[in-house]
Write a protein that binds this ligand. Structure first.
Ligand SMILES: Nc1ncnc2c1ncn2[C@@H]1O[C@H](COP(=O)(O)OS(=O)(=O)O)[C@@H](OP(=O)(O)O)[C@H]1O
Length: 268
């Protein structure tokens, strides 16, 4: 296991990615002026961030939907905490919190960490320890989701489940549009749904992050952000014992938490 501190930096109790981090800039965000029509996507890593960047781009920008514009999603929906990636803001008072079952988050994260400047572990067991102790970028998954949920009355926030989008993309898309007060024609909706599908996003250079990996991290291989995009991949990596241990910790931490989770593609 590599040294966590060389990749991550803890600020206000939260682990940020060290490269590109500007603490002075983070301090200024306390005074960041938010407009009424701004929209935030909030995610724990590996829960569908870039999927929702693509979805909002498709809903809001004609030229993205019609493929007449070449701007990559990250420049339209920039990361709030990293100034270098801030093209221009369309950020906000509407907040979409995207959550995903944490076993799939953990497995996705395990693979991703091997490719990125992040603390790397050679086994899922080692990674599970870091993940369950919150010694990863994004800190502790339990704190993240519970923290946002406990404070939901302070915001206009909608909790959306990765797995619901996976099972019923069109129905879920209608819910996003309703929340954002956007109405799309049937034809536009067809395009949005089609372009937000895993297989199509994987091939879309504006949405698949392959260019970002190449330009910012010198990684030539493709497909690291859009790896499998499934529900239940954790079953291919966790042993029965690891799964039971995870379940115990999950139940202890999430007792009385009201949101539902889906762990398997066949689950309703
Ligand atoms: N369109 C679509 N459909 C289904 N799944 C999708 C889609 N787009 C991204 N993904 C999957 O989301 C996982 C990456 O999550 P994030 O974008 O939050 O990663 S990151 O934190 O920004 O690095 C990662 O999950 P895994 O495939 O399990 O690794 C992506 O494949």
């Amino acid at each position: 296991m590599e040294d966590i501190d060389s990749f991550l930096f803890k600020f206000k109790g939260y682990y940020f990615l060290r490269p590109g981090l500007d603490i002075g800039f983070l301090e200024t965000l306390n005074d960041f002026e938010i407009r009424e029509d701004d929209v935030f996507i909030v995610t724990y890593p590996k829960s569908g961030t870039i999927w929702f960047q693509q979805i909002l781009n498709l809903i809001y920008f004609d030229e993205h939907r019609k493929s007449t514009g070449n701007l990559e999603t990250v420049f339209r929906v920039p990361y709030f905490e990293y100034p270098d990636q801030n093209g221009f803001y369309f950020l906000s008072l509407q907040i979409i919190y995207v959550y995903r079952n944490p076993k799939d988050v953990m497995c996705s994260y395990f693979h991703f960490s091997k490719k990125m400047p992040l603390p790397t572990t050679s086994t899922i067991e080692e990674f599970m320890q870091l993940f369950l102790e919150g010694k990863v970028l994004g800190s502790l998954w339990f704190d993240h989701i519970k923290g946002w949920h406990e404070h939901k009355s302070l915001f206009n926030i909608e909790f959306m489940m990765y797995e619901e989008f996976k099972k019923d993309l069109r129905g879920s898309m209608l819910k996003v549009c309703k929340f954002l007060g956007k109405e799309l024609s049937d034809e536009d909706m067809d395009t949005v749904v089609s372009q937000a599908m895993f297989e199509n996003m994987k091939l879309d250079p504006r949405a698949n992050y392959d260019n970002i990996l190449k330009d910012q991290f010198g990684i030539q291989e493709k497909g690291h952000f859009l790896r499998k995009g499934t529900i239940g991949d954790w079953k291919n990596y966790m042993t029965v014992e690891q799964n039971e241990r995870f379940d115990k910790i999950f139940q202890k931490n999430m007792k009385d938490f009201p949101l539902k989770f889906i762990w398997d593609m066949n689950e309703e």
